[in-house]
Design a protein around this ligand. Structure first.
Ligand SMILES: Cc1cc2nc3c(=O)[nH]c(=O)nc-3n(C[C@H](O)[C@H](O)[C@H](O)COP(=O)(O)O)c2cc1C
Length: 413
């Protein structure tokens, strides 16, 4: 490991998948507690964003809780290109974790410099790094150095990673790929996801600082740490960042408050960002990314955006709900299945009987409970329920016209 990070001269644009995506890039933003492996699988399969990112993973997990690291860095091949997001404040650990991220076959490594949560920022991580620019730069250099040394053949053994973790990584790769395929030793791009400032906007200085380290991408959420999620994302400030990064080779992705593809289209036109990340708009709506090619086409032809009326049918919605539930049940320990409930309430919006359905979905404890709720919809006294062509089995024979039927056994968790 190079002791002086400044010695490092990596062309982080080399082997950089970001440059092979048709612009503008339209990706899924990382969301802790939301964009886990199952949600990303469903989003990749039914929406198809250009890029996906794991939830943020604490850098210490590699050393103190390897099982959580492996759980949080699980992904499917369908997600590619997929990047691992790491947060922490130790360049030495970033150097090591970069090896692990590469060994797990991720397409890139993203460094979280944007999280405003107290427990993260109070430890000097996430968006707090905006206040320690020298450290932030060291972290980027360390991550790049780790990737370079790994690509040149340095092994996890060489850097003192515990044999148990190395075994877990090997097993994770085998499970994902179904074989013993070796991960190709090549450079991977490092990106940074950040905010406009700590307690006030310092986007000019902050972006200029980050650019010194030539990250492949800077994803910029248009709020400060202090703002949290309050107020509106400031897209004028994002546009200024685009101006600063112009001709640097680093791409700027804008992020914040994009509700639909019409918003995406307008913001990209106004700011000339290289792309965007969508977070909350994808909750319960993995299909949102389906219209990304229409946005790209309209922008490249300088024409108006026209998105056909391709509403998701209730039957498809239900099939995806079931698929998501079954995927999570396969991936997660049974006590973690309850994590799906928030997704289910997001999916169950905008159709007749949705409120009743949500009240059932918040009590499910297994995929079979979810299937029960979906089949039970047929008993709801509305035309949509009668017409719904969900093929999850025969409707429940309740002998009743009541909307709400308590499932006796399982839905009581
Ligand atoms: C529940 C939740 C969890 C989040 N977790 C992360 C995270 O792990 N890493 C990260 O960089 N940003 C995280 N974010 C921030 C989002 O990636 C995104 O920057 C923010 O939600 C603004 O985008 P949006 O308006 O499209 O949601 C999270 C946001 C939410 C709502």
């Amino acid at each position: 490991m190079t002791s002086d990070w400044r010695q490092l001269k990596i062309d982080s644009q080399a082997m950089n998948f970001w440059h092979y995506i048709d612009r503008p890039i339209i990706g899924l933003s990382p969301m802790d507690g939301v964009s886990d492996a199952s949600f990303r699988y469903i989003t990749a399969k039914h929406g198809g964003p250009d890029v996906l990112c794991t939830e943020f993973v604490n850098i210490q997990a590699a050393f103190y809780a390897p099982h959580t690291l492996i759980r949080d860095l699980t992904y499917s091949e369908i997600e590619r290109p997929v990047i691992a997001q790491i947060y922490g404040r130790s360049p030495e650990l970033f150097y090591k974790v970069a090896h692990i991220v590469c060994e797990l076959g991720f397409d890139g490594l993203d460094i979280n410099m944007g999280c405003p949560a107290k427990k993260v920022a109070a430890a000097g991580c996430g968006a707090a790094l905006i206040q320690t620019p020298a450290l932030a730069r060291s972290i980027i250099r360390a991550a790049n150095q780790g990737i370079e040394d790994w690509s040149n053949g340095q092994t996890l053994n060489d850097i003192g990673i515990a044999p148990e973790l190395i075994d877990k990584i090997w097993i994770a790769n085998r499970l994902r790929t179904g074989g013993d395929t070796q991960v190709e030793r090549r450079l991977r791009p490092v990106s940074v996801k950040t905010r406009l400032g700590y307690d006030h906007i310092v986007v000019e200085e902050w972006i200029a600082t980050l650019l010194e380290e030539k990250p492949a991408v800077i994803s910029l959420h248009g709020r400060t740490l202090r703002q949290g999620y309050k107020g509106n994302a400031d897209w004028n400030a994002i546009a200024r960042a685009v101006g600063i990064a112009k001709n640097s080779g680093t791409l700027i992705l804008g992020n914040g408050d994009l509700r639909d593809m019409a918003d995406v289209y307008h913001r990209i036109r106004e700011t000339s960002v290289d792309g965007v990340l969508l977070g909350r708009a994808a909750q319960g709506n993995p299909w949102i990314f389906r219209a990304k090619d229409q946005v790209k086409g309209a922008l490249s032809q300088n024409s108006n955006l026209s998105i056909g009326d391709e509403a998701i049918s209730l039957a498809e919605r239900f099939r995806v709900i079931l698929e998501h539930s079954e995927h999570l049940e396969k991936c997660a320990a049974s006590e973690n299945f309850v994590g799906i409930r928030k997704h289910l309430t997001w999916y169950c919006r905008g159709f007749r009987g949705a409120a009743e359905m949500r009240s059932q979905m918040v009590r499910v404890g297994s995929a079979s409970d979810v299937l029960w709720c979906l089949r039970n919809y047929k008993t709801f006294p509305c035309a949509e329920a009668k017409d719904c062509e969900f093929d999850g089995g025969a409707p429940l024979d309740t002998g009743s016209e009541a909307c709400l039927i308590q499932r006796p056994d399982h839905c009581n968790s």
